[in-house]
Design a protein around this ligand. Sequence first.
Ligand code: SF4
Ligand SMILES: [Zn+2]
Ligand SMILES: [Zn+2]
Length: 327
Amino acid sequence: MRCSRCRDAAVLELRRYRAAYCGTCLVAHCERQVERAIAEHGMLARGERIGVAVSGGKDSLALWDLLARGGWETVGIHLQLGIGDYSRHSAALTRTFAAERDLELVEVDLTEEVGAAVPALVEGGQRSPCGACGLSKRYLLNKVAREEGLTVLATGHNLDDEAAVLLGNVLTWSTGDLGRQAPVLPHTSGFARRVKPLVRLSERETAAYCVVRAIDYVVEECPMAAGNRHLAHKAALDALEARSPGTKATFYQGYLRQAFPVFHPIAKRDLVLATCEDCGSPTTGTRCAFCRMTERTRRRASEPTPSVTPRARRPSRLRSSPAAEAR
Ligand code: SF4
Ligand SMILES: [Zn+2]
Ligand SMILES: [Zn+2]
């Protein structure tokens, strides 16, 4: 198989484009797709400092690499979720990536921050592991953004992720979510702007990008993901994509063009944000879902309710910035 652009030996075939790329042309293709997503959706502005949520997986490390090489000013934010060896390995690879490229990295430990890791937040609770984890990530990323003065957070959601989330939202007709699943979630009071620059790239493209760029990423799946509905939706879309290449892109891009404009005004009208009385985060009630979840966890552990609320705590964080240390 030959590269469609330069006729060198190809490393990846992309059936949805009826193309194949060598390593060099694949990297150029990924750069183009990210630049196009950023421009198309007005995601980023030159001169702003971008918080990149970095898990240690292929997507987030590819994203950080692409943004940093594209000349964007970035700071990586890694949340230590306390999911055993998986979390330890993820943190180690993220640190190595940052150190090798002289990039600034902020680490926040969920256990230090709220008194429980993801497995403990789930035990006997009302949320699935991914529900509790997602809530924790949203809360902590937002908190770091506020404390670091970041106006924008970039996440590594790719085309496969977005298409699978969209399928889940359609299957349940979650109209609120269908009106909010955009590649850019604008800044609202208390929430930094959220952007997803990888929405034009599939998992196969980000994985191949990491291989070509010699980025060492966590290959194993999170052990808490087993049985997760999102994976089932991904598998269903994979089967459709194998039969009809381009299905995921058509489904997701068609939603952005045709369905999002219909659902967005409804979601906007129905969303009334207040401020959480415990932590000050935006919420639709009097206390945010994260504070309610962590309180339930503390009660289950029969601990006396700490007098220190999440708002008063300083995040337990490590900062590594080889350049700063050298100064
Ligand atoms: S798979 Fe679920 S529990 Fe694991 S890191 Fe992702 S969201 Fe968290
Ligand atoms: Zn080529
Ligand atoms: Zn709160």
